[in-house]
Every structure is written in C-alpha cells, then in structure tokens.
Write a protein that binds this ligand. Structure first.
Ligand SMILES: C[S@@+](CC[C@H](N)C(=O)[O-])C[C@H]1O[C@@H](n2cnc3c(N)ncnc32)[C@H](O)[C@@H]1O
Length: 299
C-alpha cells in the first residue's frame, strides 16, 4: 500500500521548532510521517502521544514505532478525553486534518469517486453512521443543506432531488453510483470532477469534521505548556476559517469600551498568513489545498 507523504513536512518542523527532550501530541497520526520527524527531533529524552481514530492507521503506527519506547499510540478521536483529559500539557501539538492517502486510495473505504467501493467514508470504522445512511435515509432538504454548507455546492438542491428520486428506484450503495447521479446533474469544465464537492460534503457530515474541529480548537491551545506551539494543517476553506478565527482571537488583547487593554493575550501567532502547500510542497499532490497555521502559548 502506498504510504502517505506527509504534507508540508519541512514547514511543520520550521514552525514547531522541536527541541531535544520536548513532548508532543500528534492528534492525527495517520501513517506517522510527521510523528517520525518530530520523534527524531525530540530524541530519546522526548516523548510523543500519537492519536488516530482509524484502526488501520493505528495498526500502521504501531508497526512503524514498534521499537520506540518514548511513544504512546492511542486509538481515539482528538476530542475524546483520551486526549483532552489524559494527556498532560505538551510542548507541541500537531493536527493534520482530513483523510490520508491510504484512506483515500483504498476503494473499500468509500472516500473516493475515482474507484468503485461501498458508500462508507467513515474514518472511525466503529462508528455506525456512514455515507450510504445519509444518502438513503436523510430528507431531501437535509441532504441539500449538507451539500450546500459542507461542500459549498451551488447545485445542492438539484443534486439532493436527484438522489431522492434515484433511491426510490434502488438504494445508492456505491461510490460510482453516487458519482454518476451527481455527474448527470452538473456540468463542470476543467479537471475538477463534478462529484468533488458532494463527496467532500458527505465526508465532513459522516465524520462530524467541523464540529470536532471547533471542539478541538476550544481545548487544544490550553493543553500547551508556556512556550508551546500548536500547528494545524487544513484542507478546505471551512476548516481554515475556523482555525484562522480561533488563532486570531486568542492572540488579540481584550479591550474595554474605551479601547484600553484589559488583558494581554496568552498566545501569539507564529504565522500571520497561512503557509500554502501549493507554494511550499508543490511536488506533493495531496498538499495542493493545504494551509498551515501555527500559534505559540506565551504565558
Ligand atoms: C491527513 S492524515 C494524517 C497523516 C499524517 N500526518 C502522516 O504524516 O501520515 C489525517 C489522519 O487523521 C485521522 N483523523 C482525522 N480526524 C480525526 C479525529 N477527529 N480524531 C482522530 N483522528 C482523526 C484520520 O483517520 C487520518 O488517519
């Protein structure tokens, strides 16, 4: 199986500035590319907590780091108390959001319209809700809302209507069935597949991606030691907006009605503008839409 090429690896190391003896939490371990580099940098006296909610990723991480004594590999969502309560404050936190290459490329995971597979899209295989449930059981207006809000799909209503019509004839159970129904509804020019936004929207809905990111942003910065750094790589504008607004607000002083500072911020932005995968990791196709932002805790 193709390994995942870590996105913006050099830039992640540049902004996180790992030092020997430091600790980190990689909350989206995946296939361990970023974690391996961080472990190298912190050395044997450092420590890494590595999380993923996907059991295939956990198996790969356990194999990759089987000889390392300074890692804890945990199968959990990064909003679970396994991370929020049980991990002590660390020097670095990394979240490389979204799905990995092995998840996308395995047809049986159902993430991609490029190959035939079951309409699944769950990152956590123990979760019950999958994409077929949404497409076959949600109301037409609920489906349209998901496509519009999470996919920014302008043809959301038309697509939702056609899905509801199609499922009356036969349940929609495969990625290609879904992709074909969507393709009949919209014409796109250029290289973008017509079902791209629909697949993104359903994946976000199945995995509750924006809800968990909001929750993570509420908690994660306070899990840094003073001087600690958090880096987040996002892959679409909905995620990046949440990260940008959170980092901006945490690094802004509170002022009273007269504009006087009442409290200084506890964080400062290491990146005022996002570091773009299209510019700094252009040989990695998965980095095309990546945006990296980093924040430091200053007290
Ligand atoms: C883009 S990949 C990370 C790749 C990794 N940085 C590497 O170098 O191999 C994202 C990973 O995060 C996991 N993931 C996404 N959201 C998660 C969440 N809320 N909690 C735990 N893991 C999550 C996915 O299952 C996937 O394996």
């Amino acid at each position: 199986m193709e390994r995942h090429k870590p996105v913006l690896l050099d830039k992640v190391i540049e902004v996180l500035q790992p030092q020997v003896g430091e600790s980190f939490a990689d909350v989206t371990g995946g296939w361990g590319g970023h974690s391996a580099a961080l472990l190298d940098a912190v050395g044997k006296s450092g420590f890494g907590y590595i999380f993923d909610q996907d059991s295939a990723a956990i198996a790969a991480l356990e194999q990759r780091f089987s000889s390392a004594e300074n890692v804890a590999i945990v199968k959990a969502n990064f909003t679970n108390d396994e991370f929020t309560d049980k991990v002590p404050n660390v020097h670095m936190i990394l979240a490389d959001l979204g799905v990995s290459s092995p998840q996308l490329d395995l047809p049986q995971r159902g993430f991609s319209f490029r190959s035939e597979g079951p309409l699944d899209m769950r990152m956590n295989q123990e979760q019950s809700l999958n994409a077929a449930d949404i497409v076959n059981t949600y109301r037409e207006d609920e489906i349209a809302k998901i496509l519009y809000e999470y996919g920014e799909e302008r043809a959301s209503r038309r697509i939702a209507r056609s899905l509801v019509m199609a499922r009356k004839v036969k349940p929609i159970t495969t990625t290609t069935q879904l992709a074909n129904i969507v393709s009949e509804q919209i014409k796109t020019t250029g290289r973008i597949h017509p079902a791209t936004k629909t697949f993104q929207a359903l994946r976000i809905a199945v995995n509750g991606e924006l809800t968990v990111l909001e929750r993570f942003l509420e908690i994660a910065p306070s899990k840094l030691v003073s001087g600690g750094r958090i880096a987040i790589i996002s892959f679409h504008s909905l995620e990046d907006r949440l990260v940008k607004n959170c980092f901006r607000s945490l690094s802004t002083a509170d002022r009273d009605n007269y504009g006087q500072i009442v409290s200084e911020p506890s964080f400062k932005r290491i990146t005022k503008k996002p570091i773009l995968g299209s510019k700094f990791d252009s040989n990695n196709p998965r980095a095309r839409s990546a945006k990296l932002r980093c924040l430091e805790r200053i007290n």
